[in-house]
Design a protein around this ligand. Structure first.
Ligand SMILES: [Zn+2]
Length: 181
């Protein structure tokens, strides 16, 4: 089985505007800005043989303010830029009570099944507590980037830069391989 890295989209792969302590999700390709710093870092994870999957809650799809076509254009750019294997989206609103809206683990479990991932040896990278909670339920290791949104739920690591997170994952992956040999 393969190991995966689940990457939160907003705040990790693309930059976001912050207004009154809230991240403002970009809704058009024009507003969608790739986090340039992340490009060489995510490349290292790919080179280590990890399956790269972006996960994102996009309630604007069911609430009607995010067009599917525009989202597809943003995600095509994202997939190409980072050589992502997959992008999984929860299109639901909180009131839909779906199993996939993070902090629920549905997207991780779906990807695990689809990509034959060993979730116990997979990683979740985010700047938000919801991803750490989904990681905990799915059995993944969570690595949070220090931010206003890390909350107080269980997480395995909080680090101050994406480069520190990537180095940590590479060390943990190498340690796993050593144990298996
Ligand atoms: Zn959902």
């Amino acid at each position: 089985m393969k190991q995966g890295v689940f990457l939160e989209r907003d705040g990790i792969l693309n930059t976001v505007r912050v207004e009154r302590q809230h991240q403002v999700t970009p809704l058009t390709l024009e507003d969608f800005k790739i986090n340039q710093e992340a490009i060489p870092l995510i490349k290292k994870l790919k080179a280590a043989g990890l399956v790269l999957i972006a996960t994102t809650n996009q309630p604007g799809l069911s609430r009607g303010y995010q067009s599917r076509r525009e989202l597809d254009r943003m995600h095509e750019l994202l997939r190409k830029t980072f050589s992502l294997d997959d992008i999984l989206v929860c299109p639901h609103d909180e009131t839909d009570r779906c199993p996939c809206r993070k902090p629920k683990p549905g997207l991780l479990i779906e990807a695990g099944f689809k990509w034959h991932l060993d979730l116990d040896h997979s990683f979740v990278v985010s700047d938000k507590w919801q991803d750490a909670e989904a990681a905990r339920i799915a059995g993944c290791t969570s690595l949070l980037l220090k931010s206003h949104w890390v909350g107080t739920v269980h997480r395995d690591f909080v680090l101050t830069s994406l480069s520190a997170i990537v180095e940590k994952i590479l060390r943990l992956t190498a340690a796993n391989k050593a144990v298996e040999v």
